[in-house]
Design a protein around this ligand. Structure first.
Ligand SMILES: [Ca+2]
Ligand SMILES: [Ca+2]
Ligand SMILES: [Zn+2]
Ligand SMILES: [Zn+2]
Length: 616
């Protein structure tokens, strides 16, 4: 048994094995404690910790993975040539070598210890005190912490920016993410550039990593993943494991234009991201797990994720173990290219922080991953504010609105005050909007006067009326006539299909848009007002040539912004409102302000793969 343990240590530290053999004291390894991680309690263990996690020297983590690939064929056996080299050393030579090694490692060790203390918010003493040992014994990710190199720390700008990380903590913790926007945008951008600059990461080598997209991100828009059959956990049911992993993938795909599909059928070599649980030596991996405690998982960029099944994983909000969701989201961050981020609130902190009830990616996590993959940009089918009245706790009727975005078969509720989509969106249309077509809605109109309150959806040449109270489409009208009806029947003078429409409460007209034309329909007279007009004549550009001209995707009145917006492709135009006119009386009535990116005003409205959707 002892021989096997020795061999596995040798195997892991090819290149440093001689030094390690003489520096390490193995008396703490005993067969009875092999499933319990050894706590860091002395200098030798602390040195090993600092070396293992890259504090002494930055570790070429991707290179370790390549060794794995090359050696995976016989990785469960000790290599033959090492057996030949193992000889009992004389005690005299051992002592001599040990003192030699100590004098050279001490200064590097203390320096690494100081760096570790600084990053972990421990008073920098260079001594292995209780607080430092506690920090080292926390459950943590096995991916090395790539601390900034000496030269980078001396660089003034880097230094400034690293110091500013603590400011970010304060700002986020007291004010929340949205308040940061605008106040420190420039600083954050520079911080991100430093954080993600190539010098901070290993440059991948080897044929499998050539021809990647720039910025070291996955170049495919859809990635497949699988929980490997030989890597199921013994602690949770297979369904629970897959469910939690699906949620983890989903959380990233909610903020970047990447989709993840669970693939349990293709040959394993075709699957992009393979996940598995194991203990000790596991799944042909070069890195050994350490038993219960400390390292709970590791992952490789563009590669696989392994979880230490000796650690106690739990499903979200369930018991005192380690949240598998939080760990999986973190490891997936590494797979996608993120380093460790020492910042409160970030999911990329190396140590495990017990999960709050509503665990989400924080602002910087989103921005960091979007730096690699960009933001989600896709046209919408329709966008609208849904007005509904509710009784409050005093029995008073209050009017509320929610903003919805529809694209294909999915919809998102957008929380304007938080500037983000609702947690858990998108949802299939067929789940949230019963009785209307399950995809490709052209337009939404809510007629809202003192005497009428009616909601309509339009698709093709037909329209549906929606029953707000029962939250489903009407199947027939008051006279027993069936829905859907022809648009030309319900709105005489209007021929479907239409591009989009919106109801203007002020003049009580519906504006129907079709190609380059707009036609208004008065809801009181139930008639169109004259002939169709060109959109550009009714809504002239404020800046010449900056106009959608035709084929709008959506037009909607936003109660939040108290403005009408036109959407086309990935851009939007804001229609001049009263406030704009007050600021600048020269602006034309109904003029279109210059176009902007939709993704700059409404953040992170991202598709997720259908295999990740909550279908009920
Ligand atoms: Ca462990
Ligand atoms: Ca549309
Ligand atoms: Zn990590
Ligand atoms: Zn592994």
């Amino acid at each position: 048994m002892r021989l096997v343990l020795y061999l596995s240590v040798f195997w892991l530290t090819v290149g440093h094995c001689e030094k390690l053999f003489h520096n390490r004291d193995y008396s703490d390894i005993s067969p009875s404690s092999q499933h319990q991680a050894r706590p860091v309690g002395n200098q030798a263990a602390a040195e090993e910790y600092l070396r293992k996690y890259g504090w002494t020297d930055q570790i070429n983590w991707e290179n370790i993975q390549r060794q794995k690939t090359e050696n995976s064929a016989d990785d469960h056996r000790a290599p033959q040539d090492w057996l030949d080299r193992i000889k009992e050393g004389s005690s005299a030579s051992k002592q001599w070598q040990q003192s030699q090694a100590e004098s050279t490692t001490t200064s590097a060790y203390i320096e690494a210890l100081k760096q570790f203390q600084k990053a972990n918010g421990i008073p920098v003493s260079g001594e292995l005190n209780k607080a430092t040992q506690e920090a080292m014994n926390k459950p943590r990710c096995g991916v090395p912490d790539r601390v900034v190199s000496e030269s980078a720390l001396l660089d003034n700008e880097t230094h400034d920016i690293l110091n500013q990380t603590s400011d970010f903590n304060k700002t986020t913790d007291t004010n929340g993410g949205t308040n940061m926007i605008g106040t420190s945008k420039v600083r954050k951008k520079r911080f991100l550039e430093i954080l993600l600059s190539p010098s901070q990461r290993e440059v991948p080598v080897g044929p499998d990593l050539f021809n990647r997209a720039p910025k070291m991100a996955f170049s495919k828009a859809k990635l497949t993943w699988r929980l490997m059959g030989e890597g199921y956990s013994n602690q949770l049911s297979v369904e629970e494991q897959r469910h939690v992993l699906r949620m983890a993938f989903r959380m990233w795909s909610e903020v970047i234009p990447l989709e993840f599909e669970e693939d349990n059928h293709s040959p394993a070599s075709m699957v992009d991201i393979k996940l598995g649980f194991g203990t000790g030596r596991h799944m042909g991996c070069t890195r050994t797990f350490d038993g219960n405690g400390q390292e709970f998982a590791h992952a490789w960029q563009f590669g696989d994720i392994h979880f230490d099944d000796d650690d106690h994983f739990t499903t979200p909000n369930n018991g005192n173990g380690i949240s598998l969701l939080k760990v999986a989201v973190h490891e997936l961050g590494h797979v996608l290219g993120l380093p460790h981020i020492y910042r409160m609130g970030s999911v990329m902190q190396p140590s495990y922080i017990p999960q709050d009830s509503m665990f989400e990616l924080d602002w910087l996590d989103r921005k960091a991953i979007q730096q690699l993959y960009g933001v989600c940009k896709s046209p919408f089918d329709t966008v609208f504010d849904w007005i509904h009245s509710e009784k409050n706790e005093y029995g008073e009727t209050i009017i509320q609105f929610n903003t919805y975005f529809f694209r294909n078969n999915l919809y998102w509720l957008y929380e304007n005050r938080n500037n983000r989509t609702r947690y858990g969106d998108p949802i299939p249309l067929s789940v949230g909007w019963q009785g209307i077509p399950s995809s490709g809605i052209n337009a939404f109109v809510h007629i809202w006067t003192w005497t009428r309150d009616a909601i309509y959806f339009f698709k093709g040449t037909q329209f549906w009326r929606y029953d707000n109270e029962n939250d489903q489409a009407y199947t027939e009208d008051a006279e027993g006539k069936k829905y859907p009806k022809l648009i030309s029947e319900g709105f005489p003078g209007v021929q479907g299909p239409i591009d989009t429409a919106f109801y203007n409460k002020r003049d009580q007209n519906i504006y129907f848009f079709k190609s380059s034309n707009v036609i208004t329909f008065n809801v009181n007279t139930n008639q169109i007002n004259g002939y169709p007009k060109r959109i550009i004549d009714v809504f002239p550009p404020v800046v010449q040539n900056d106009h959608p001209i035709e084929n709008l995707n959506a037009a909607y009145y936003s109660y939040h912004y108290q403005s009408i917006f036109f959407f086309k492709s990935n851009f939007f135009w804001k229609v001049v409102n009263d406030w704009d006119k007050k600021q600048n009386p020269l602006l034309p009535i109904n003029g279109l302000m210059p176009k902007k990116n939709i993704s700059d005003q409404w953040f992170d409205i991202c598709d997720v793969h259908y295999s990740m959707l909550n279908k009920n």
